[in-house]
Design a protein around this ligand. Structure first.
Ligand code: ZN
Ligand code: ZN
Length: 260
């Protein structure tokens, strides 16, 4: 199953008019019989319950704050005896460790969290791909300031793609169609509307309309628009949703559980 723990982009917004789709920043969990796969640890990461019975792998797309700000705010059940594998295709394990340690230490954080919690097993991405070949893990470089990694995994013949944060450009079309081919679910960065893109050039995000157009070109069952703008309230998203005629496309909402 797929659980959306956080679907808001850039900054959490817990205001009343944002709670239908949800205010937490990105975190998606996939549970299979053997694995618990987590994509990013925005503020939604606080809701992940870890299981000793499953192998847990946390994939980080990049180090912008909305994708890592929840790492220190999970309760990490004291009965959790295993380590969580933490990896990123965006950087090697030493840089991943260095970046997270810098974010979670003085002057940005009161304690040296990564060392104190001692729950993570940092692995290079190619090692994870090799160790867990049954998941057929792939990554794709996305178009984002400072770069960002998208991911795909396949479990029980079902493929899932995670593509936050990406500023879609035409040159990506073929690459994305290939990467997402035969997917069950693709998570798409729909932070903006087409009408907002010209003012937000270089911010590193795509539009909802671009996701709808691409959904028709990709061999995919469902496209979930996520990374909602922190200023787009429920009413506005629902109004946009009503106008979408492509029934493959819907807006991701927090806490929804999707069979996978
Ligand atoms: Zn983001
Ligand atoms: Zn970003």
């Amino acid at each position: 199953m797929i659980i959306n723990h956080g679907v808001r982009g850039s900054s959490p917004n817990p205001s009343q008019n944002y709670l239908f789709f949800g205010g937490n920043t990105p975190c998606v969990e996939i549970k299979t019989q053997k694995y618990q796969l987590i994509f990013d640890c925005g503020s939604g990461f606080s809701k992940v319950n870890f299981s000793n019975d499953l192998e847990t792998i946390l994939f980080i797309s990049h180090f912008h704050h909305d994708h890592i700000q929840g790492l220190a705010f999970n309760n990490y059940d004291s009965n959790l005896s295993k380590k969580i594998i933490l990896t990123s295709a965006h950087s090697n394990k030493a840089d991943t460790y260095k970046n997270l340690t810098a974010y979670y230490s003085n002057p940005y954080f009161p304690v040296n969290f990564i060392e104190i919690i001692n729950k993570f097993d940092f692995l290079n991405f190619d090692q994870v791909v090799k160790n867990f070949q049954d998941l057929n893990i792939n990554s794709i470089e996305l178009n984002h300031p400072g770069n960002c990694s998208g991911y795909s995994i396949t479990s029980d013949n079902k493929k899932f793609c995670y593509l936050l944060d990406n500023e879609y450009q035409d040159f990506q079309e073929e690459k994305l169609i290939d990467f997402c081919d035969q997917s069950e679910t693709v998570i798409w960065d729909g932070m903006f509307l087409d009408s907002e893109l010209s003012d937000k050039k270089g911010w590193g995000h795509s539009s909802i309309e671009q996701g709808i157009t691409l959904a028709d070109k990709i061999n995919v069952k469902n496209v979930l628009i996520s990374h909602h703008s922190p200023s787009r309230d429920d009413k506005e998203i629902k109004n946009i949703e009503k106008k979408i005629s492509n029934n493959k496309v819907k807006f991701a909402s927090e806490n929804e559980v999707i069979e996978f």
